[in-house]
Design a protein around this ligand. Structure first.
Ligand code: C2E
Ligand code: CA
Ligand code: CA
Length: 756
């Protein structure tokens, strides 16, 4: 774009005009032309590139106009006697003031950095001593002219020093130096050089000299205008702060001469006066003092940075507690030191944390973590280590006796269980939540590494979780065997899934509305695995392993395909009627895969089975913990026409809200409630409530685990429409299932005693 190239044009014209000036061609033209153009550039550039804020640029534009006026007026009046001859200086000095103000605005926006300021001051004092001794004192000493003339002669170098201070500060404050920034810097240097030229001739009382003395100003105007027109001017307002770099070579290059100046001047200056000695002494002392401040500053900030860095690397940012890395070091130290009692590790994982996070938002979850951390720290003795080692996992390590450890465990659980006030996102409601923790406890005993101790504590924690959460388990060596066994099973299961060694058994689901459950209306597919050595392994065991080992998707997909194909064959052979459905269990993990609905659709299409003949059984936790993706997947499945039933209903969170929010079509009353029917009126009430609720929401209800006719009769009385259980048959291979359907064998009677 032309707009982005304008600066080149200005640079070309300015440099050409400067060259003409140097060779005395059209000398009257150069300054008005270049000065006018650059003032125009400073006014227009920021507008062209939409630079914000505009204020520094306005100040710079005004400065340029004053400089220009200064030069023009100076040329017109210089021949006049005092004070008219000095009128040009009035403009120039105003220009300086404005220029310095503009630079200061920039600097202020970048944030003035203490280091840069100190360095700027050191350079300034060095330069001030030099200029005072070399230029100002000789200029003032010239007798026979008005005091103002002498003051002005000394004034320019002083203003230059302020300019220098700004320049050094700018250079040391930003890390990124764009072109526009470099142009500004060059401009400051050129002004400085120009003034230096005049200061040198001023030593002898001269006020005008060769035209070449003005050349730096012409080029300065040019480059300054280019700075405003360059597209990077936009970036000038935001500087990237320079990382603390106390003694970089570039800094030394600038500070070095300033520090050396007093010594060099002492040696080199021919005639000393008392005043010059004072200036040297005071200036030198000031520089030394600043250097000391600077050095101690650098050391301190370095140490502080080091401390901050170490803290960050070893502590959890949210709670401020030690993190896993530091914990490891601390445990290692404890394991080697001697003392009374043993080292105990408590590994706790919050139960229900995800629920808080999902229902009240992440800030509430964070607050919960912070609060639990603070409570633990508060409740435990100072010599106990409390660390956060994962999202909702904490570890406490303490040296104590066994009774003390057990008391500590109770205290820890109490910290977690105490209700906590959480505030929802935005102005959301405040609620009291209660979470729990599953905790594994291990006593250091022939544990020689922190890692081994953590692993055993973690194993015990898992055990606690499996035993129903919100409890603690003390590690014992048999758990290690259990872990080993699990690993073995995992390896075998992986092979079994890959080689399709699994089998599926089918259990009938019957219609209860006839009072007996004579007709079988569906079947649940239940996976079976015969381990080559261990024999039959129950799905409760290996499904959990499959979930942990990431095998569940492959396993689930296989079960789904096989059972739907089985249904398709039964439909083709007329074994079942067209309403007969297949229920298939789906693990929460499978619903975390966005392609799941498409896979289901593909399987149904391949088997030519209508979607409504497939029921997917999901657990309540899917609805509670699943999140948005799961919700979308469930909706998509419903759109396909697949039915969705909530398995083990009543054992989990059973929140009615979940049922209403999610697109489910039915519930399966957990067998723990069915088992109590006929004996427990409480279970009866629960079943009654589920039926009432389900009919209100038009959900299909299946009672599972029906074993006796007494249970069946209560279910019939409670108007439960569908049932499943050993009373009508255990899960059997497909051929057996089909054979029974054909012969309508023992309909309505228990078939117990057969292999499952
Ligand atoms: P579930 O979905 O609740 O399955 C019902 C379980 O209850 C089955 O146990 C079944 O054999 C058993 N059962 C049926 N009728 C009765 C009865 O009258 N009395 C008693 N006491 N039990 C009865 P199974 O086959 O051991 O399955 C256990 C669990 O494993 C299932 O519980 C299900 O959560 C899971 N599972 C089974 N197959 C699969 C599968 O293919 N995929 C997934 N993801 N999970 C599966
Ligand atoms: Ca099920
Ligand atoms: Ca169930």
């Amino acid at each position: 774009m032309v707009r982005d190239r304008l600066w080149m044009g200005l640079l070309g014209i300015g440099l050409a005009a400067s060259a003409l000036w140097a060779f005395d061609v059209f000398p009257g033209l150069a300054f008005p032309l270049v000065g006018g153009l650059s003032a125009l550039a400073w006014a227009a550039g920021p507008r062209l590139h939409d630079v914000r804020p505009r204020r520094p640029w306005r100040l710079l534009t005004a400065a340029a106009l004053f400089f220009l006026a200064g030069i023009v007026v100076r040329a017109l009046v210089i021949a006049h006697p005092y004070p008219l001859g000095q009128l040009g200086d009035a403009f120039s000095i105003c220009g300086f003031g404005l220029f310095i103000a503009g630079m200061a605005v920039f600097l202020n926006r970048w944030g003035i950095n203490r280091h840069a300021l100190l360095d700027g001051l050191i350079v300034c004092i060095g330069a001030a001593i030099t200029s005072a001794l070399l230029f100002v004192l000789p200029a003032i000493a010239i007798s026979g002219r008005p005091a103002l003339v002498s003051v002005l002669a000394g004034g320019y170098p002083t203003l230059d020093i302020v300019l220098l201070l700004l320049g050094v500060n700018m250079a040391f404050t930003t890390a990124v130096r764009q072109r526009s920034f470099q142009f500004l810097g060059a401009m400051i240097l050129l002004i400085f050089a120009g003034d230096l030229g005049y200061a040198i001739i001023g030593r002898h009382g001269e006020l005008t000299g060769s035209r070449l003395l003005d050349l730096p100003f012409l080029v300065a105007f040019t480059i300054g205008g280019a700075a405003a027109l360059h597209p990077t001017a936009k970036a000038l307002a935001q500087a990237t702060p320079l990382p603390i770099q106390a003694w970089s070579p570039a800094r030394m290059l600038i500070i070095g001469p300033a520090v050396a100046a007093p010594f060099l001047l002492t040696v080199l200056l021919p005639h000393e006066t008392p005043l010059s000695r004072w200036i040297l002494g005071a200036g030198g002392a000031a520089i030394v003092a600043l250097l000391l401040v600077r050095a101690s500053d650098a050391v301190q900030s370095h140490a502080a940075a080091q401390r901050r860095f170490e803290h960050q690397a070893t502590h959890d940012p949210l709670t401020g507690l030690p993190n896993r890395r530091l914990l490891q070091l601390m445990v290692e130290r404890r394991l080697t030191e001697r003392g009374t009692g043993d080292v105990w590790m408590f590994y706790l994982d919050l139960d229900g944390f995800k629920l808080v996070n999902d229902s009240w938002g992440h800030p509430a979850g964070d607050r919960l973590i912070v609060e639990v951390g603070a409570r633990l720290r508060h409740a435990l003795p100072a010599e106990a280590t409390v660390a956060r080692v994962g999202g909702d996992e904490f570890v406490v390590v303490q040296r104590c006796t066994e009774p003390e450890a057990m008391a500590g465990a109770r205290r820890i659980m109490e910290c977690v269980e105490r209700p906590l006030l959480v505030v929802g996102g935005g102005e959301g409601p405040t609620a009291e939540v209660v979470v729990g923790a599953s905790m594994g406890i291990v006593r250091a005993d022939r544990h020689d590494t922190a890692e081994a101790l953590m692993r055993d504590a973690d194993t015990a924690m898992y055990q606690a979780k499996e035993q129903g959460r919100n409890r603690w388990t003390v590690f014992d060596a048999s758990m290690r065997d259990a872990v080993r066994e699990r690993v073995e099973i995992e390896v075998a299961l992986r092979a079994a899934v890959a080689q399709e060694q699994l089998a599926i058994a089918y259990q009938p689901i019957v219609d209860l509305t006839d009072g007996l459950g004579t007709s079988t209306v569906g079947a649940e597919a239940l996976v079976r695995w015969e381990h080559p050595v261990r024999g039959w392994i129950g799905p409760n065991m290996f499904i959990a392993v499959a979930e942990d080992a990431n095998l569940i998707s492959a396993l689930g997909a296989w079960v789904l395909r096989e059972s739907v194909l089985q249904l398709s064959r039964w439909r083709d052979k007329g074994v079942v009627d067209e309403d007969f459905w297949m229920s298939v269990n789906v693990s929460p993990r499978q619903l975390g895969d966005a392609t799941f609905p498409d896979r289901v659709a593909a399987i149904l299409a391949q088997a030519r089975v209508p979607a409504r003949n497939l029921v997917l059984e999901i657990t309540e936790s899917v609805m509670v913990e699943g999140g948005e993706l799961t919700e979308r997947l469930l909706l998509r499945l419903r759109e396909l026409g697949v039915r969705i039933s909530v398995d083990d209903f009543g054992t989990g969170f059973s929140a009615l809200g979940y049922l209403r929010r999610h697109p489910v079509t039915g519930v399966k009353i957990d067998r723990s409630f069915v088992g109590g029917l006929g004996a427990s009126t409480e279970d009866e009430e629960i079943v009654r409530a589920v039926v009432a609720m389900s009919s209100a929401l038009s959900l299909a209800v299946v009672a599972e685990g029906v074993e006796t006719t007494a249970q069946r009769d209560v279910l019939v009385a409670l108007k439960v429409p569908l049932a499943q259980g050993w009373l009508w048959g255990k899960a059997v291979p497909a051929s057996t299932f089909a054979g029974r359907l054909r012969s309508r064998e023992r309909v309505g009677e228990p078939v117990g005693g057969r292999s499952d």
